[in-house]
Design a protein around this ligand. Structure first.
Ligand code: UDP
Ligand code: MG
Length: 314
């Protein structure tokens, strides 16, 4: 049995040694063969040097270095592309995902679950948690895919699931959504997320909202339908307004009272048209990104892999 742990790293230097030590202790307890694939996603601190040192010390540590920052989802994709294990475990490198949980993930996998999700159980909720639980509910309602509330990118995927995911080369990557889409037998285990050991989150509010919109737009065309329905409803109301205006003009001969409603309608429809155009624009932007078929990431160098090519792209 070989197991691959996939760890995206973006400026996590103060966390790496402790992370490695905890992974080392846990995996020795579990047994089997392991590979720890660290993907350096354009770190500007000493993360890469630290990873090189870990690779020199322990050949289980493999390192991929991107040419620049391509983002968390691209880093996970690179890890899934190169892993050779019977299962992959995706986890963050900031120790928020406790390595000790690997045992329970593997137990579930051995019981026959091909995807094992983790669900955060923390009791104190931040504004970010509230926003993300609202997002998961919205995502389920719009795409029909249940990601589970408080799902994290901390999960085990059987080799078969990884093979399925490798077939998805779309640019707007939302790995959580894709793992929901592929099917397979799914298990879930609860966990208590730890505080980030050191450093700061790389998911600012705006980046989180961007990922959420990416996820919704690539998994659901519902907003386009909402746009059409809103258009229909407004046209209906507009028609009623025309009838009302005509009656006022022709029967009661009071033409002036139309002014207030006219202003309301003009501003309402003007604003709505912009919103609805924006919705279609979002989808056009996605089509534009997809047709360019650019590589998802570029690798500057790899350590610990059979073909140590200097530069390559996928
Ligand atoms: N990460 C990455 N590239 C990025 C942003 C983040 O590889 O552009 C990594 C980061 O080093 C960490 C994981 O993705 O291991 C999750 O990021 P973070 O902890 O900042 O997100 P949060 O846990 O706050 O949602
Ligand atoms: Mg984190």
């Amino acid at each position: 049995m070989t197991l691959s742990v996939i760890l995206p790293v973006c400026n996590e230097e103060p966390n790496l040694i402790l992370l490695y030590d905890r992974l080392d202790a846990v995996t020795r307890g579990v047994g089997g063969l392991w590979e720890f694939i660290f993907i350096d996603d354009g770190s500007t601190d000493d993360s890469l040097r630290c990873l090189e040192a870990l690779h020199a010390k322990d050949p289980r540590v493999k390192v991929i270095s991107f040419t620049r920052n391509f983002g968390h989802q691209a880093a996970l994709t690179a890890g899934l592309d190169v892993m050779v294990g019977d299962a992959a475990i995706l986890m963050d490198a900031d120790l928020q995902h406790p390595p000790e949980l690997l045992k329970s993930l593997i137990d579930q996998w051995r019981q026959g679950f091909e995807i094992v999700h983790t669900r955060r159980q923390n009791h104190h909720f931040s504004a970010k948690d509230l926003l993300s639980s609202f997002f998961y509910r919205l995502f389920r309602c719009m795409s029909g895919i249940d990601l589970g509330v408080n799902a994290a990118d901390f999960r085990l995927l059987d080799r078969r699931v990884v093979h399925a995911l490798r077939q998805f080369r779309e640019r707007s990557r939302f790995i959580r959504g894709l793992t929901g889409w592929v099917g397979f037998r799914v298990g879930t285990i609860p966990y208590f997320a730890e505080a980030r050991h050191a450093g700061q989150t790389k998911y600012s509010w705006s980046r989180m909202v961007h990922l959420a919109i990416d996820g919704l737009v690539s998994f659901s065309t519902a907003p386009l339908y909402w746009a059409i329905y809103t258009g229909f409803i407004l046209s209906g109301l507009g028609l009623a307004e025309i009838v009302y205006a005509l009656i006022t003009r022709l029967i009661t001969h009071h033409a002036l009272p139309g002014w207030t409603s006219l202003i309301i309608w003009i501003s309402l429809i003007g604003g709505l048209q912009l919103v609805l155009m924006g919705v279609s624009g979002m989808y056009i932007a996605k089509i534009y990104e997809e047709v360019k078929e650019r590589p998802l990431y570029l690798i500057r160098r790899r350590w610990g892999f059979a073909s140590e090519s200097e530069s390559e792209s996928v």
